[in-house]
Design a protein around this ligand. Structure first.
Ligand SMILES: Nc1ncnc2c1ncn2[C@@H]1O[C@H](COP(=O)(O)OP(=O)(O)OP(=O)(O)O)[C@@H](O)[C@H]1O
Length: 229
């Protein structure tokens, strides 16, 4: 794991607290609190437009919010992306420049591309190819894999499985399980059947409130109208 300045040997705890966001008078997030720690996979679910992407952007620091507090081990880190080795973020949109080859992108992120793709042998002949030349699903997979393998304490993933074919979704989920030993993952994706078994903690964003789901998660997801009853 990346050597952070404080508590380099123990678990790292990332908290987002008091996040309130409104657009045009319409409240999207109302005083949200969320916690992720290294060694954990945390799932974030919610209906379309419930504010999942806005929350991830805010934690990362890409969206400035007056009263947002993001803390690492109790120390305020705003914007979090400036903190060396703390976190990376896969947005819903493509992240890496399409003109970069896979090998160049991996080098930029300090990732050993051979190790990152060892479970995806069909990507290996494509190391010299530009990201913009890959299929949509392959480009998504490559970006998720590179961020997952990059040396940060946390990764925030906004729909990492989007467009990725089922056999690769399964392997990517296994990679997430394996790499959680050295980092904390916050994942939002509507492929809940794949996300739920991965998660130590599941949150649901519902009407601006972040609910931590315990017990029968499926039943609660139906009750809140995320799953069909
Ligand atoms: N820049 C913006 N200006 C105005 N409204 C915005 C802006 N960004 C997001 N919103 C609104 O905030 C709400 C939450 O958007 P967000 O993209 O976070 O939803 P989401 O939960 O990620 O949805 P989905 O599951 O469809 O990806 C939506 O109603 C959206 O229209």
């Amino acid at each position: 794991m990346s050597q952070l300045l404080d508590n380099p040997t123990g678990p790292q705890v990332l908290e987002a607290d008091g996040i309130r966001i409104a657009f045009g008078g319409q409240q999207v997030l109302g005083s949200v609190y969320m916690r992720v720690q290294t060694g954990q996979i945390v799932g974030l679910l919610g209906r379309n437009g419930s504010g999942k992407s806005v929350l991830l952007q805010t934690i990362f620091g890409a969206r400035t919010v007056a009263d947002a507090s993001v803390r690492l081990n109790g120390r305020r880190v705003v914007p979090a992306f400036r903190e060396p080795g703390l976190l990376n973020y896969l947005p819903q949109e493509p992240l890496l420049p399409p003109s970069l080859t896979l090998a160049q992108a991996a080098r930029l992120l300090g990732v050993d591309i051979e190790a990152a793709t060892v479970r995806f042998p069909e990507l290996q002949p494509q190391f010299g190819q530009r990201i913009g030349e890959l299929s949509g699903g392959s480009a998504r997979l490559v970006q998720a894999l590179l961020l997952l393998h990059a040396d940060t304490a946390f990764s925030l993933f906004d729909e990492p499985f989007s467009g990725v074919m089922p056999v690769h979704v399964e392997t990517l989920a296994e990679e997430m399980q394996r790499l959680r030993q050295r980092k904390g993952l916050l994942i939002t994706d509507h492929r809940y059947a794949e996300v739920l078994p991965l998660c130590d903690v599941v949150y649901l964003l519902h009407q601006g409130r972040l609910l931590r789901l315990d017990g029968d998660v499926g039943e609660q997801l139906r009750d809140y109208g995320y799953l069909a009853s």
